[in-house]
Design a protein around this ligand. Structure first.
Ligand SMILES: *Cc1c(COP(=O)(O)O)cnc(C)c1O
Length: 372
C-alpha cells in the first residue's frame, strides 16, 4: 500500500474494463452515445434506465430526478406533506431527510435509533406512530442495511394511514425475502452520488413506487408541476431531472451492482472476522439485507484510532459527526435529544470498504486496527 488507502477509488469503479471483459469501456461508450444523439434531457436513455431500475427494484414505477435529497423532498410533497406537517425520521443519518423535510415545509420529529444497529428503533417508532399526529415517516436504511422490522413498520404505517418513505441512498440492491429496498414503503428514494453503491458521473437520483398515482404526481413535481408542456397543474413543482448522460452511465453500471455489493459484503465479513480489538465494536450482520455501503465501527477513543490509521496511510471518515438537531442551521430545543444517536455521533468511525480494494489492502486494514 505504498500510495495509501483512500475511502474510495472512483476512477477504478468507473472503468468497467477492470470488472468484466464483455462490458468493454461501457461508461465511455454511454457518454459518447449521448453526445452523438444530440438529446440531453428526458429522452430514451432516461426512459430505459427508469424501466431497468424499476425492474431491478421490483417496483412498477421509477422516476429519475436530479439527486437523492430532491427525491426525498418530492416524495414528501407527493405524499401531501406541507407546512407544519410532522415527519418522523432519525437524527444520525447525515441530515438529508431533515433538509428535505424543511424544503417541503414540514417539521422533523426525531426517533432514536437502536444501540446495536444504529438504525431506527422499531418499537419506539411504532409507539410514536400510534401516539401522535404524523404526516409522513422516513425510514433510512443507513450504512446499507435494511431497517430490521421494515415489514412490520410498513404494516403499522399503513394501519395508521401514514405514508412511508424509504431513504435507500445507501442501500441500492439490499433485499429481504426477495423484496428489494424501496419496495416496502409508499415510495423509495435513491441517490446516485458518485460514491454510492450505484453512482453516476455527477449528481443523480430516483424514486420507485408501486402507486401509479404517486408516480404521476412525481413526474409532474420533477418538472415545474407540468401536466403537459407549459401547463402547470401541480403546485410545488421543481426542476429536478436526471439527465440523459447520467441515465446512460447508470444503465452501463446497473448490471454490475449485485457483484459489487457481494464484494462489499465480503470485505465487511473479512474485517469483522479479522479484527480483534477490545476497544472496538464492529458490525456483525452481513446478510442479503445489507449491502455494506459503509463499514462503521464504534469506539470511545475515535481520535486516537483515526490518527493511528492515518499514520499508516489508511483513510477513515465519520458518518456522521453531529445529530441533525445540533446542526447550527436547524438547532431545536433540548426536548429533541436522542441519547443513542447522540452517543453514536461521538463514537462512529468508517473504514474504507469499496469493491476495488485488494485482499492485501483488506488485510492491511485489519492488521492496522489490531496493532492500535
Ligand atoms: C447521499 C445520501 C442522500 C442524499 O443524496 P444526494 O444525491 O447527495 O442529495 C440522502 N440520504 C442518505 C442516507 C444519503 O447517504
Amino acid at each position: 500500500m505504498k500510495e495509501g488507502l483512500p475511502m474510495i477509488r472512483l476512477d477504478a469503479i468507473n472503468d468497467l474494463r477492470r470488472h468484466t471483459a464483455s462490458q468493454g469501456d461501457a461508461v465511455r461508450a454511454a457518454v459518447a452515445r449521448v453526445v452523438d444523439s444530440g438529446w440531453f434531457i428526458l429522452g430514451r436513455e432516461l426512459q430505459s434506465f427508469e424501466a431497468e431500475f424499476a425492474a431491478y427494484c421490483g417496483s412498477p414505477h421509477c422516476i429519475g430526478v436530479a439527486n437523492g435529497t430532491d427525491a426525498l423532498e418530492l416524495a414528501l410533497r407527493a405524499c401531501g406533506v406541507g407546512p407544519g406537517g410532522r415527519v418522523l425520521t432519525v437524527a444520525n443519518a447525515g441530515a438529508y431527510s431533515t433538509t428535505a423535510i424543511h424544503a417541503a415545509g414540514g417539521e422533523p420529529v426525531y426517533v432514536d435509533v437502536d444501540d446495536d444497529t444504529l438504525l431506527v428503533d422499531e418499537a419506539e417508532l411504532r409507539r410514536r406512530l400510534d401516539g401522535e399526529p404524523v404526516a409522513a415517516l422516513i425510514v433510512t436504511h443507513l450504512y446499507g442495511r435494511l431497517v430490521p422490522g421494515i415489514d412490520a413498520i410498513s404494516r403499522a404505517a399503513r394501519r395508521a394511514r401514514v405514508p412511508l418513505i424509504e431513504d435507500c441512498a445507501q442501500a441500492h440492491g439490499a433485499r429481504l425475502g426477495g423484496r428489494m429496498a424501496g419496495s416496502f414503503g409508499d415510495v423509495g428514494c435513491f441517490s446516485f452520488y458518485p460514491t454510492k453503491n450505484l453512482g453516476a458521473l455527477g449528481d443523480g437520483g430516483a424514486l420507485v413506487t408501486g402507486s401509479a398515482e404517486l408516480g404521476e404526481q412525481l413526474r409532474m413535481l420533477r418538472q415545474y408541476g407540468w401536466a403537459g408542456k407549459y401547463r402547470i397543474e401541480r403546485a410545488g413543482g421543481r426542476n429536478s431531472r436526471l439527465d440523459e448522460m447520467q441515465a446512460a452511465v447508470l444503465r452501463a453500471k446497473l448490471p454490475m451492482l449485485d457483484g459489487w455489493n457481494e464484494r462489499r459484503r465480503d470485505i465487511a465479513r473479512r474485517f469483522s472476522g479479522g479484527i480483534r480489538q477490545p476497544k472496538l465494536r464492529c458490525p456483525r450482520h452481513f446478510g442479503e439485507d445489507c449491502v455494506a455501503h459503509l463499514y462503521v465501527v464504534r469506539t470511545a477513543e475515535r481520535r486516537s484510532l483515526q490518527a493511528h490509521l492515518r499514520a499508516r496511510g489508511i483513510a477513515s471518515d465519520i458518518h456522521y459527526p453531529l445529530p441533525d438537531y445540533r446542526q447550527p442551521a436547524f438547532a431545536a430545543g433540548p426536548g429533541s435529544v436522542n441519547p443513542v444517536a447522540e452517543r453514536a455521533c461521538d463514537e462512529v468511525l468508517t473504514l474504507p470498504c469499496f469493491p476495488e480494494m485488494t485482499d492485501d489492502e483488506v488485510a492491511a486494514v485489519v492488521d492496522a486496527v489490531n496493532a492500535w
